[in-house]
Design a protein around this ligand. Structure first.
Ligand SMILES: *Cc1c(COP(=O)(O)O)cnc(C)c1O
Length: 419
């Protein structure tokens, strides 16, 4: 056994979370699943929970489920109940500030619009990272057109950049806590303070940090936050998003999609929209109950493991990936685009090299599944509860083999294979 393979085996033997891997459904042809930051694996219990829900709660309970007392409580209350579970397990947020609803994109729109509208006519600027995930940028473009706002792009989410960009005209700062691309983690407490010092609201996108890093939304004083549940929270493809509105902002923020499910007493069905008290007003239409069922299985696992242990393993997994990159891949021209200091990383590492686009399908053919991001990046996202150190070792060993097998004119060969 090579030194690095032995190290992987040692790390797995000492891993307090190792047994959680068995709690996920197997994927027999997969050698290394390195894309848990894009779509988490299914907890085995998700299949049982879905089956039981369909038969017992939907099938036998029928319409009574909305108000009746099923095992998870009335479906009407799921947005807040499941939101509070996410808040307690992963967000560092007290109850009553988080709901599950919509998609991240739609919640981004609703909360960003609410913040811009609340800022008043003197504040018309929106600060954001020009390298942020596309949906975040597109949503802001739409809001700017709709509300006559000016977009102020910055490069990256570092506090210095934010400080240079905000001012008396800033309504909103929207940034990702962990960059979907580089994996760089920003200092959320500091950027919140900078936004607040200028009188602006901060909306934090948590898609790449929720469920892998401990968050402290209440302590940081973040105004608003959104995040995915299908990445580290393992809610399944298209599972709904969550939105957080700090308690003392709930009375003054009005989101623009006024639907009956966010109204005070929806079944009154009366004239005129009156928002429900508290964070419930973020909900618009009928909550996606069925799509929350697998998420409950993901939350069970996270609650059992504890976010601190998950973060410790994320740090060890990404640290080990970086060791392998240094030993094997750097000599083959691969650059690490993620910080080496663990405190500035999230749960994934970004590797860059020309030709990675053509290489990705060859990795997938070999059962090694990371993803590709423009222009030349392969992201390695080993989700802590479902990934072993041996898996990271095996996956990067295949990447090394494919790169080493390419001649100096390897780009040409790879392109021909892909074509
Ligand atoms: C994954 C991700 C999204 C996804 O938005 P959807 O509406 O679920 O498609 C949004 N923002 C960031 C930063 C992401 O990483």
């Amino acid at each position: 056994m090579s030194d690095l393979a032995a190290r992987a085996a040692q790390l797995d033997a000492a891993d307090p979370l190792a047994a959680f891997r068995e709690r996920f459904l197997p994927a027999p042809d997969v050698v290394a699943y390195l894309d848990g930051n894009s779509l988490g694996r299914p907890p085995a219990a998700a299949a049982q929970r879905l089956d039981r829900f369909v038969r017992e709660e939907w099938g036998a309970g029928l319409i009574r489920g909305w108000t009746g007392d099923g095992p998870g409580g009335p479906w009407m209350q799921w947005p807040e109940r499941v939101g509070d579970r996410i808040a307690a397990a992963a967000l560092g947020a007290a109850p009553g500030q988080t709901v599950v609803a919509d998609s991240t994109t739609v919640l981004l729109y609703k909360l960003a619009r609410a913040a811009v509208d609340a800022a008043g006519p003197g504040r018309r600027e929106i600060v954001f990272d020009e390298g942020d995930f596309p949906t975040d940028r597109y949503v802001l473009e739409g809001i700017a057109a709709e509300r006559g706002c000016v977009l102020r792009p910055i490069r990256g989410a570092a506090p210095e950049r934010v400080a240079e960009a905000v001012g008396p005209g800033t309504a909103l700062v929207l940034l990702s806590h962990v960059s979907y691309h580089s994996g760089l983690r920003t200092d959320a407490a500091t950027i919140t303070r900078i936004a607040h010092d200028s009188g602006a609201a901060l909306l934090l996108d948590l898609c790449h940090s929720v469920g892998v890093l401990p968050l402290e939304l209440d302590a940081w004083g973040v105004d608003l936050a959104v995040g995915c549940t299908y990445k580290y929270l393992c809610g399944g493809p298209g599972s709904p998003a969550f939105g957080y509105v700090r308690r003392d902002r709930q009375d003054t923020l009005r989101q623009p999609v006024q639907g009956w499910m966010g109204r005070r007493d929806p079944f009154e069905m009366g004239p005129g929209y009156v928002p429900a008290a508290g964070v419930r007003g973020v909900v618009s239409g009928t909550p996606p109950i069925l799509a929350m069922v697998p998420l409950l299985a993901g939350l069970d696992l996270l609650e059992e493991a504890g976010i601190a242990a998950v973060q410790a393993k994320a740090e060890a997994l990404t640290g080990f990936a970086i060791e392998l990159v240094d030993a094997w891949l750097a000599p083959l021209g691969v650059r690490l685009a993620t910080p080496r200091e663990a405190q500035w990383r999230g749960g994934h590492v970004m590797l860059r090299r020309e030709g990675f686009r053509e290489l990705l399908p060859r990795l997938w053919e070999r059962g090694v599944i990371p993803d590709f991001r423009e222009p030349d990046g392969i992201r390695i996202g080993p989700s802590p509860l479902s990934t072993s150190f041996a898996e990271v070792h095996a996956g990067l060993a295949v990447l090394r083999e494919l790169l080493a097998g390419d001649t100096p004119a390897g780009g040409v060969r790879a392109a021909r294979t892909a074509g």
